[in-house]
Design a protein around this ligand. Structure first.
Ligand SMILES: Nc1ncnc2c1ncn2[C@@H]1O[C@H](COP(=O)(O)OP(=O)(O)OP(=O)(O)O)[C@@H](O)[C@H]1O
Ligand SMILES: [Mg+2]
Length: 647
């Protein structure tokens, strides 16, 4: 049983509190198929996200299988499936691969056959078998929705929350999907909630929830819905909603809900356990709680005076005879008799399940290593299939070192050394000037070339990771709901990006070394190039994990790279006052400084003559860059643990 007890979800807008969900109370037993309908923006997706734990309710309680989710923890990952309103799958994968990777992230299976069976069943249920080898990028909107459904069905969850899975489908496909959902609810004893705009196929649902501006306007049998709203057909419900304010609908429903819940064979939802403060309850609840007039007379009043009449009394819209409504209510009672029986059966089932007798076993999720391996292999697959990205990375990989190599074409002049100073005073002065000039030219060249390599590698680092998480944020968010561990996700990114960093940095060092013999330890230089690329990749990964959009992450990363050169002090010395504050954060400085300190002593001296910036010892530079990498990864882990749902 899923029970919502007086749920509120509020946001603060322009300093004022705004209820997106206002006092929603409803009960949905196991094996029950319900639709949430209502005008656009009325809070359907918000309600679904609140049940899924993506929105934290501001007040009220959600109970599932006798557990208070607020106190006893959220729904377990495989206890529910959530099909969001927008497609969430990698465009570069095929349908089959997407479902397979969803299953490998969510469900343990022993052996290939067991795995294939899970994937094939989900594909079959969602009607995707025929297009299993098609890329997600070429799927139609409707097919993408089916894919979203299939990716949830792999876990066989006892609660299935679907947000407009039928939108954009042709009538036949819509019909098929609604029948499938009904089947998943009724024959597999699942609670299925389907948000829909469509009022077709309403008879297939056990109950309909009508939301209006965040308020619950109705939750009852589909056949009774037109009656409640005093309209001829279900399609007329939307226009009828506008005839009253959301508050009026809310209070009307609070008064009449017992009648319709009786029709559904359901108990009314209970009050939140902490709502003992009588003053905190809405007026209608107080009446109910006191066991006063409404409880006693409720059913009679309702049968004699359904909402249509009440509307007449309050709004004087049109004259209607009470007899007509009594008849229609009686008819309704007869029509709904079968439903009531069915619902009663469901209720019985539900009780036995809640008591623990027939609870469907919740699928066990795979371990962190299995998730890591899947994520890493999937990342490589996507990388090699994304042609544009691949070409861009290759162009950068070859182009950047080539750019540096161009500057080495003229080679580096050997440093002049002072002779034994035997000539005239004039000659000695002239020689000193020449030596000094040669040291300045060579020092600037070596310093500039090292810094150029570093700046290009910081650019590569930013390009590696700025979009890595922010560009696909909804996918890990969705997968986290299904049991993905952020640590497995982060580990897969670290390994993938480390490979890029290693290839880019070592290639840069080797390529430039080929054209220009660095006057010093190439190993030490290569390590510092590796570390600066790693530092920038790590920090930009952290930024990517903290930002809501790829554009934001990109912009911030570019600024970060842009400030590396001026703030490194290699061109302009930093003011003494700011130097100790700024320097620790500038990766480019530590890489440059470490490389310079590992140069042959003559060239090291030459660089020192042109730079006013102090050179730190090589080991300190390695430590500082390692700290930068670690800081980036800690920030990334922190960002990945946060819930940042954007759909
Ligand atoms: N996190 C949020 N912050 C601010 N406003 C929000 C937030 N989430 C939803 N809203 C607003 O709440 C209202 C309900 O949104 P919701 O997405 O639930 O509507 P809906 O009924 O699903 O609409 P549709 O049928 O168009 O999908 C909208 O006005 C939306 O802009
Ligand atoms: Mg919506």
């Amino acid at each position: 049983m899923l029970e919502l007890r007086n749920i509120y979800f509020s946001i603060t807008k322009d300093g004022e509190e705004l209820d997106l969900l206002h006092d929603i109370a409803l009960n949905l037993p196991r094996g029950h198929f319900t639709a949430i309908v209502g005008p656009s923006g009325c809070g359907k997706s918000t309600l679904l996200k609140t049940i899924a734990g993506l929105n934290i309710e501001s007040a009220g309680e959600i109970h599932w299988m006798k557990r208070n989710l607020l106190e006893d923890g959220d729904l377990l990952p495989n206890e529910f499936g959530y099909v969001p309103q927008f497609s969430i799958a990698y465009e570069q994968l095929t349908v089959d691969e997407s479902v397979d990777s969803a299953s490998r992230l969510r469900v343990r299976a022993w052996g290939r056959e067991a795995r294939d069976a899970i994937v094939d069943r989900a594909l079959d249920q969602a009607g995707l078998t025929d297009i299993a080898d098609r890329r997600v990028s070429v799927l139609s909107g409707g097919q993408k929705r089916r894919l979203g459904l299939a990716m949830e069905l792999v876990a066989n969850p006892p609660l299935l929350l679907c947000d407009e899975v039928t939108s954009g489908l042709d009538p036949k496909s819509e019909d098929e999907i609604v029948h499938l959902l009904a089947d998943l609810a009724h024959n597999q004893n699942r609670t299925v909630v389907n948000v829909t705009h469509s009022l077709a196929n309403l008879q297939l649902y056990d109950s309909i929830i009508v939301l209006y501006a965040g308020c619950l306007a109705y939750h009852g049998p589909p056949s009774a819905m037109p009656h409640y709203f005093s309209v001829e057909h279900a399609e007329d419900v939307y226009p009828a909603l506008g005839k009253r304010s959301p508050e009026q609908w809310h209070s009307s429903w609070s008064k009449h809900r017992r009648f319709y819940y009786d029709k559904l064979g359901l108990e009314l939802p209970k009050k939140p356990s902490e709502a003992h403060d009588h003053d905190a309850l809405p007026e209608e609840d107080k009446i109910e709680e006191e066991g006063g007039e409404l409880q006693e007379d409720d059913t009679t009043t309702l049968i004699a005076k359904p909402v249509a009449i009440e509307e007449l009394e309050t709004e004087n819209v049109e004259e209607k005879s009470e007899d007509v409504d009594i008849t229609s209510t009686e008819e309704l009672s007869t029509d709904a008799a079968q439903e009531v029986d069915d619902e009663a059966d469901l209720e019985d089932d539900d009780e036995s399940e809640d008591s623990g007798q027939t609870i469907q076993e919740v699928a066990r999720r795979p371990g962190v290593l299995a998730q890591f391996i899947l994520l890493l292999s999937r990342r490589y697959k996507i990388f090699f299939r994304d042609r544009t990205q691949l070409i861009l990375h290759l162009a950068i990989l070859i182009g950047f070192p080539a750019l540096v190599a161009i500057f080495t074409i003229d080679g580096i002049d050997p440093l002049l050394r002072p002779s034994q100073l035997t000539g005239s005073a004039y000659q000695q002065i002239q020689e000193n000037i020449d030596v000094r000039e040669s040291r300045m030219i060579s020092g600037s060249f070596v310093s500039g070339l090292i810094m150029f390599q570093i700046v290009l590698l910081t650019l590569m680092g930013a390009n590696n990771s700025a979009r890595e998480v922010a560009g696909e944020r909804n996918i890990p968010e969705k997968e986290k709901l299904g049991g993905l561990r952020p640590s497995a996700y982060l580990a897969s990114k670290i390994v993938f990006l480390s490979m890029m960093v290693i290839v880019q940095s070592l290639w840069m060092a080797a390529f430039v070394e080929f054209f220009w013999n660095l006057p010093g330890s190439i190993e030490s230089h290569a390590i510092l190039l590796l570390l600066v690329n790693g530092a920038m990749t790590g920090i930009c990964l952290g930024i990517s994990a903290m930002m809501r959009s790829a554009d934001q992450a990109n912009l911030l990363s570019i600024y970060l790279v842009g400030f590396q050169l001026p703030l490194s002090g290699a061109i302009l010395a930093l003011p003494k006052l700011f130097e100790p504050i700024i320097r620790p954060f500038i990766s480019a400085y530590w890489s440059w400084s470490g490389s310079v300190s590992a140069l042959d002593s003559d060239y090291g001296q030459a660089v020192r003559t042109v730079s006013e910036t102090g050179i730190s010892p090589n080991q300190l530079c390695v430590i500082m860059l390692s700290i930068h990498i670690a800081a980036g990864l800690v920030i990334a882990m922190f960002g990945l643990r946060k819930t940042m749902w954007q759909a």
